[in-house]
Design a protein. Structure first.
Length: 245
């Protein structure tokens, strides 16, 4: 699955648009916007790609692409843009209209988390209408003594728990602005929970980026043995015009 975050790069009217470095995308139909206002829905889109050089930090511009969608759609309420791609996801039957969704709309209660350089990463608890409970538990990768002495930063990642199963589903990224007393609430990284693949089980869109844009879709229908979900697609991108420090 190709997944893109909702952006307005290059669009002065606030319409869905992205300006990316590289030449990966092609014009065509088969795209969908997942939009959540009072309720969540899928909207069919077509993509038009045009060449547009992309700025590079402290270097000449490089080749890039401007991605624009039709019909033109305001970015407000759009969680992500999706396109099923390659087996088995090319068989996923997406339809225009309502999508069963619980987040946004249902409270994900903040739970005790972990500290990170004076700030907090909060966990979360989500209870679905049928009583199924999901816990989002921040974890810290333990460092060896040698790694700690070398000043290597530990990894922070998210664990999904439900029905006796535990699964690692993403790594957090933090920028240099993470300060004393900062708190990362679950509403900041749990972007959407619903049933995109129509199997009656929860799917997730998780955002664990900071400077880097990191948006990942997990589908229950792709879960392996002992898993709750399987990764269907991920967008992990740092613009070349970012300093990176």
């Amino acid at each position: 699955m190709v997944i893109l975050p909702a952006d307005t790069d290059g669009a002065s009217d606030g319409a869905l648009s992205m300006h990316l470095a590289g030449r990966e995308y092609r014009s065509g139909a088969g795209w969908w916007a997942l939009r959540c206002n009072d309720a969540c829905e899928l909207l069919p889109l077509s993509l038009t790609v045009s060449s547009k050089d992309h700025a590079v930090y402290d270097a000449p511009p490089m080749r890039g692409q401007l991605l624009q969608f039709s019909p033109r759609l305001q970015v407000d309420g759009v969680i992500a843009v999706l396109k099923p791609f390659r087996a088995p996801l090319d068989k996923l039957q997406l339809k225009a209209g309502p999508v069963a969704s619980w987040v946004p709309g249902r409270e994900c209660k903040p739970k005790k988390g972990i500290r990170r350089e004076g700030g907090h990463i909060m966990g979360g608890e989500l209870v679905l209408p049928g009583g199924e409970k999901f816990l989002f538990v921040p974890r810290q990768e333990p460092l060896s003594k040698a790694a700690a002495q070398a000043g290597i930063a530990p990894e922070y990642w998210l664990e999904l728990q439900s029905g006796g199963k535990k699964q690692r589903i993403g790594e957090f990224e933090f920028d240099i602005m993470w300060g004393e007393g900062s708190t990362l609430e679950p509403s900041a990284y749990i972007r959407w929970v619903g049933d995109l693949d129509n199997d009656g089980k929860a799917d997730f869109i998780i955002d664990t980026g900071a400077i880097t844009k990191k948006l990942t879709l997990y589908l229950s229908s792709l879960a392996g043995p002992g898993e709750l979900v399987g990764m269907a697609g991920s967008f992990d991108y740092l613009g070349p015009d970012e300093a990176g420090c």
